[in-house]
Design a protein around this ligand. Structure first.
Ligand code: GTP
Ligand code: MG
Length: 193
């Protein structure tokens, strides 16, 4: 899919600011620094549409990006930033959960994990949340450029065995650095919009 006009819509700090125009919302979740904002930029072939952070954990708003007025990419703050106090981490967790529970137009959750590492404790909590909430979700193993191309498929499979042994979720590799995997991810997204 080619998005002609991706544009920033709003930075929301509370549910009444979420767009409620009925358009599908495709939301990025994942730990801090996993590449949620970079994912959006790579998918729409822009360098700076979504702000990426050299300082993880700084994003405290929910940023909505309109894709040709057909759907939104929703960039959530990351969880599990270790330099954040426990209280702050709980607050961010509630903020994420508030969006996931109150937004009526979630068409798909794109759950990003790091291809190089086993899912974190927080990743498991998120996974359980998604299962219990019964929301459509695909899991994307990002930063695939950091491992050998020949190891990518086996690593994605190993992560799925670990996180989703029933194998009922779609798992795909991705690299926000290299666009080679974006076509397959678009194919998956198109099923939900
Ligand atoms: P928070 O907003 O803090 O939760 O982080 P985020 O998940 O939005 O991560 P962000 O997109 O800001 O990326 C964090 C860092 O990882 C940046 O330095 C990116 O350039 C880098 N990064 C993201 N995706 C990739 C990738 O696929 N490969 C490589 N090598 N680096 C990546
Ligand atoms: Mg971000």
């Amino acid at each position: 899919m080619i998005i002609k006009n991706p544009e920033f819509k709003i930075s929301a700090v509370s549910p009444k600011q979420y767009p409620n125009d009925g358009l599908p919302q495709i939301v990025l979740v994942g730990k801090s620094n996993v590449g949620k904002s970079s994912f959006i930029n790579t998918m729409v072939n822009r360098k700076k549409l979504a702000r990426t952070s050299s300082e993880p954990g700084k994003t405290r708003q929910i940023n909505f990006y309109s894709m040709d007025n057909k759907f939104y990419f929703v960039d959530l703050p990351g969880y599990g930033y270790s330099k954040m106090s426990k209280e702050e981490q709980v607050r961010v967790g509630r903020f994420i959960e508030e969006y996931l529970s109150k937004c009526q137009n979630i068409a798909l959750i794109i759950f990003l994990i790091d291809i190089r590492h086993s899912p974190t404790e927080n990743d498991r909590l998120m996974y359980n949340y998604v299962i219990n909430a019964n929301k459509p979700c695909i899991i994307i193993a990002n930063k695939a450029d950091k491992i050998a191309v020949t190891k990518v498929d086996a690593q994605v499979k190993a992560l799925q065995d670990e996180l989703n042994p029933l194998k009922d979720f779609t798992f795909l590799p991705f690299s926000a650095e290299r666009r080679i995997y974006s076509e397959k991810v678009w194919e998956e997204i198109e099923k939900f919009i």
